[in-house]
Design a binder for this molecule. Structure first.
Ligand SMILES: C[S@@+](CC[C@H](N)C(=O)[O-])C[C@H]1O[C@@H](n2cnc3c(N)ncnc32)[C@H](O)[C@@H]1O
Length: 226
């Protein structure tokens, strides 16, 4: 599964079309909301931040525009070619940095590409290079994503919050964990909607998820290190 996720993003054509296929039309609204969410969880001003699995660099660019010094890391040279921010090709499970190199780390739309035995190793590797905190997202199994996630060519794993909490608690350097849930309508559905419809759906989605997040598809995590 993990290898499948790596191979998919190394296809030149997939990397070249990544931004257009995900962040035009309805995906544009989603991208804006994801960016707002990240900025509510990380204060970039004056910080040195690692963006793991940076892809085409949309979050690295956002953090950089908001005052951070950012390094993007990704396994795919093809994805990195599309990024305008300083980046390095590498493996998220073997980060090529010294201990405590960064103030914080972020990683969006990546955890679902990991197999479950890799999760504790990944968090502990991020904790090794990061001083304060790690912000990332997971995708929830009890959500509408179940409708199509089996068909995704890059592979995708959905993890429950209780399962992930157990995994995080196994990492010695983790001193606290917090999470919040978003988006009842999953990414794939927003991305296939026209812009005006997505705007309306997002308004309803936000109201529903504030009231009752039972079917939320996306979970944002903050992990704090010792
Ligand atoms: C869905 S994309 C997300 C990109 C970006 N974070 C975003 O939200 O637009 C997943 C990324 O994970 C990268 N990736 C997969 N396995 C990796 C690994 N072992 N180490 C680093 N990056 C990896 C892929 O190359 C791809 O760019």
């Amino acid at each position: 599964m993990f290898k499948k996720g790596q191979r998919w993003y190394k296809i030149e054509d997939i990397a070249e079309r990544y931004d257009d296929s995900r962040f035009s039309e309805g995906g544009r609204i989603l991208n804006r909301k994801e960016q707002e969410t990240l900025l509510s969880l990380v204060d970039p001003e004056g910080k040195y931040i690692l963006d793991i699995a940076t892809g085409t660099g949309r979050f690295a660019e956002l953090l950089s525009k908001n005052g951070a010094d950012v390094v993007g890391l990704d396994a795919s040279r093809e994805m990195l070619k599309q990024s305008s921010v300083e980046c390095i090709q590498g493996d998220a499970l073997k980060l090529p940095f010294k201990d405590d190199s960064f103030d914080a780390a972020v990683s969006m739309r990546f955890l679902h590409l990991l197999d479950h035995p890799q999760i504790t190793d990944f968090i502990s590797e991020v904790g090794r290079v990061t001083k304060e905190k790690f912000v990332f997202e997971s995708l929830h199994p009890l959500s509408l994503r179940m409708l199509y996630q089996w068909a995704l060519p890059q592979g995708s794993r959905l993890y429950s919050n209780s399962f992930l909490r157990k995994k995080f608690n196994q990492v010695k350097t983790v001193k606290g964990v917090r999470c919040e849930e978003k988006f009842i309508v999953p990414y794939g559905i927003y991305q296939s909607m026209p812009l005006d419809l997505a705007e309306e759906v997002m308004k309803i989605d936000q109201r529903l998820v504030e009231k009752e997040n039972l079917l939320a598809s996306t979970v944002y995590w903050e992990v704090f290190f010792d």
